[in-house]
Design a protein around this ligand. Structure first.
Ligand code: ZN
Length: 137
C-alpha cells in the first residue's frame, strides 16, 4: 500500500470515527435528558434540570445526530498532483508552493487522468527494473 493510500485511509477512519462519536454523544444527550420520561432524574451538579432544559438537550442531541449522519466525507486530497518524470505523487496539502517537483524541478500535473494522458508510463511499475536485473546476473 502506498503512503498516499495510507493517508487517505487514515483520513477516512478519522471521518468515520468523528461521525460515530457525534452519534453516540447525541444518543447519550437524549438518553440522559429524557424529557419524555417523568421518572428520569436529570441533574447537573446536584441541581435538577428543568423540563425545558431537558428538551433543549434532547434537541441538541438530535441535531448532533442529524448533522453527523448527513455529513459527507470530503476528500482532503482532492487535487493530488504527480511529477511527470519521477512519478512522485503529492497530496493537496503537500504540494510545494511553486507546484514543482522537489527532486526534478518539473511542474506537477494533476494525478487524475495522468495515466490516460501518459499511457506509456502505465505499466512501468510492473516491469522489473533494469539495474536490478543487472545485479542478478
Ligand atoms: Zn520528480
Amino acid at each position: 500500500m502506498e503512503l498516499k493510500d495510507k493517508i487517505k485511509d487514515a483520513e477516512w477512519w478519522r471521518f468515520v470515527f468523528s461521525k460515530v462519536i457525534s452519534i453516540f454523544l447525541g444518543l447519550y444527550l437524549i438518553g440522559w435528558s429524557m424529557p419524555f420520561l417523568d421518572s428520569a432524574t436529570t441533574s447537573i451538579e446536584g441541581q435538577p434540570v428543568s423540563l425545558w432544559g431537558r428538551w433543549l438537550m434532547t434537541i441538541a442531541g438530535l441535531v448532533l445526530i442529524v448533522c453527523a449522519v448527513r455529513r459527507k466525507y470530503q476528500k482532503v486530497s482532492s487535487v493530488d498532483m504527480i511529477c511527470p518524470k519521477c512519478e512522485t505523487t503529492f497530496t493537496a496539502v503537500r504540494i510545494p508552493a511553486n507546484k514543482a517537483c522537489a527532486k526534478c524541478g518539473l511542474l506537477l500535473e494533476p494525478l487524475k487522468g495522468f495515466y490516460d494522458r501518459h499511457p506509456e508510463l502505465k505499466d512501468k511499475d510492473n516491469e522489473f527494473p533494469e539495474d536490478l536485473m543487472d545485479d542478478l546476473k
